[in-house]
Design a protein around this ligand. Structure first.
Ligand code: CA
Length: 164
């Protein structure tokens, strides 16, 4: 009898504690602190920021502060790797890349200076619409093609770091 009372007391105690608990729910879905994701594809580490968009200069500075650069879609392998990964995540975001024509006649990747391959552009891009589009994003349509855009536009972005 005593044992049964003891067990009952414990159960009632747990119910009391559970019912009386007023601790706020601080899970990520309520406070929106989900971190950007990092993924290693091949020998390149990618930092994918799709929660806190920034203008191109801020995104570039953020990447550099971590020892990364903005993503350069400068090899077929990298293009396929990041597209396949984003597809697997059902990620439809548009992201800043390192591509720009701020200091060059044509669009190039930073810091390599390699030209942006023509097949990466969305049809009729880059169009430098309004004469103010000098920074390049990607993610348009199922092929995740590129567009030049005003650098001050806030966008998600991807940083990359190649591992040795
Ligand atoms: Ca454009």
């Amino acid at each position: 009898m005593l044992t049964q009372c003891g067990i009952l007391s414990v159960i009632l105690g747990l119910i009391y504690i559970s019912a009386g608990s007023e601790a706020p729910d601080v899970s990520p879905k309520f406070v929106n602190i989900a971190p950007a994701s990092q993924v290693l594809l091949g020998n390149t580490l990618y930092f994918i920021e799709n929660k806190v968009p920034m203008h191109w200069f801020g995104a570039r500075k953020f990447c550099e502060g971590m020892g990364y650069n903005l993503i350069s879609l400068d090899t077929t392998e990298k293009v396929e790797a990041i597209k396949t990964y984003l597809d697997s995540q059902r990620d439809k975001n548009i992201y800043w890349t390192s591509g720009n024509d701020l200091l060059t006649p044509d669009h190039v990747w930073f810091p390599s200076g390699k030209p942006v391959a023509s097949e990466l552009w969305h049809p009729n891009e880059p169009n430098n619409y309004g004469g103010i589009e000098h920074c390049d994003n990607f993610g348009h349509g199922p092929s995740r093609l590129m567009n030049d855009l005003d650098c001050t536009h806030k966008q998600n972005y991807i940083c990359e770091r190649t591992l040795k």
